[in-house]
Design a protein around this ligand. Structure first.
Ligand SMILES: Cc1cc2nc3c(=O)[nH]c(=O)nc-3n(C[C@H](O)[C@H](O)[C@H](O)COP(=O)(O)OP(=O)(O)OC[C@H]3O[C@@H](n4cnc5c(N)ncnc54)[C@H](O)[C@@H]3O)c2cc1C
Length: 320
């Protein structure tokens, strides 16, 4: 599998290095390797939340190789809550309009009334920005709006499964945080299979992950179908012993989540050059942060760093 993985990822990188901002599908073709479908799932839907037809070679290739994921057993939300304890945060407040015509302040209309800060950092997803659920007055530049629409949200969903502890011994998986790869069958535009991360932080939880058009299809069919497809795949890998050890499943539906409208963003083929517009401030009053504006896009670390970058810029413009 890794031979095929290296071959396919090298083809994508080679196109990017030649400056060809084309789709990954146009450079990898359809390999005859029996591992191609799995490799497509890993590089496209599992990593980028997009199928090869929707994946820009250039955008893919800008992702830094040094970016690493680590697990937080208590959940990332718990980590953020603890790290920033004491910071005044107002939750459950929906921003509807942002007016930036006034010289020395921004007017923000929210579900809980008006705010009048001197500066504003916008961190909502490109899905929300493209949907224009938040209205800007005056309108943002054409480049920015095009960037929100072309650095498009992909779909990536977890189906999380909780197992009896014995299950991992029974399948000979003694270590935690193991990726499991299997041959995904078929030859589809969007691979009909899942990425598997087993026994996360020794919690007996596993993630079975779907991305791209197939994730969207499953999500649209509903949680029952997301779960039943996962059970079917698990049975094809482990046999019917799954019934004995699987305690429960839960599926995410990020495409339908009205506060993200997708999972994370990446460029449509031909539009990687628009990324630079995402983080450009507007009149030194409105600043933009969030994963899509980050070098390490599609990650919590990138989102975090982008917030620090935007806050630094705000401080500079405030002339303390
Ligand atoms: C299934 C899945 C698995 C992932 N796994 C990983 C992983 O293993 N490692 C990793 O690093 N990253 C992972 N990511 C990516 C990571 O979660 C995102 O990149 C990151 O959370 C983005 O953070 P953000 O602050 O930019 O945006 P968000 O987390 O989307 O924050 C934006 C906030 O704005 C709020 N909002 C929206 N509209 C409004 C409005 N009108 N008014 C006020 N507030 C509003 C939203 O509710 C949200 O809280 C994963 C993503 C998904 C979907």
């Amino acid at each position: 599998m890794w031979k095929e993985y290296n071959k396919v990822s090298n083809l994508i990188s080679a196109a990017a290095l030649k400056g060809l901002d084309v789709s990954a599908s146009s450079v990898v073709g359809k390999s005859r390797s029996e591992w191609f479908e799995t490799v497509h799932q890993l590089i496209g839907p599992y990593d980028m939340a997009k199928d090869f037809k929707d994946l820009s070679c250039v955008d893919f290739n800008t992702y830094p190789s040094w970016s690493l994921d680590w697990f937080c057993k208590q959940g990332y939300g718990a980590l953020v809550k603890h790290r920033w304890r004491g910071l005044p945060v107002q939750l459950n407040t929906i921003v509807k309009e942002i007016h930036y015509t006034s010289q020395d302040k921004v007017e923000i209309e929210t579900s809980k009334g008006k705010l009048n800060p001197r500066k504003c950092i916008v961190t909502v997803s490109n899905g929300i920005l493209a949907s224009e659920n938040i209205k800007f007055f005056p309108k943002l530049s054409e480049e920015k709006v095009e960037a929100f629409n072309k650095i498009k949200m992909g779909i990536y969903n977890h189906v999380a499964g909780l197992f009896e502890e014995k299950f991992f011994r029974e399948i000979g998986m003694e270590e935690m945080d193991m990726y499991l790869y299997y041959k995904i069958s078929g030859s589809n535009i969007s691979p009909r299979g899942m990425g598997c991360l087993m026994n996360i932080s020794d919690s007996n939880l596993c993630y079975f992950d779907y991305g791209g058009d197939f994730a969207k299809e499953l999500e649209n069919e509903g949680e029952a179908v997301q779960k039943s497809f996962t059970i079917e795949q698990l049975k094809s890998i482990f046999g019917s012993k799954i019934d004995k050890y699987l305690l429960k499943l839960h599926a995410t539906q990020w495409g339908k989540n009205k506060f993200t409208l997708g999972s994370y963003a990446s460029a449509d083929p031909g539009f990687a050059h628009l990324r630079k517009y995402l983080k450009m401030p507007v009149e030194d009053k409105i600043f933009f942060a969030g994963e899509a504006t980050a070098f390490e896009y599609a990650s919590v670390s990138g989102a975090h760093r982008s917030g620090v970058r935007a806050a630094d810029k705000v401080i500079k413009t405030l002339n303390f």
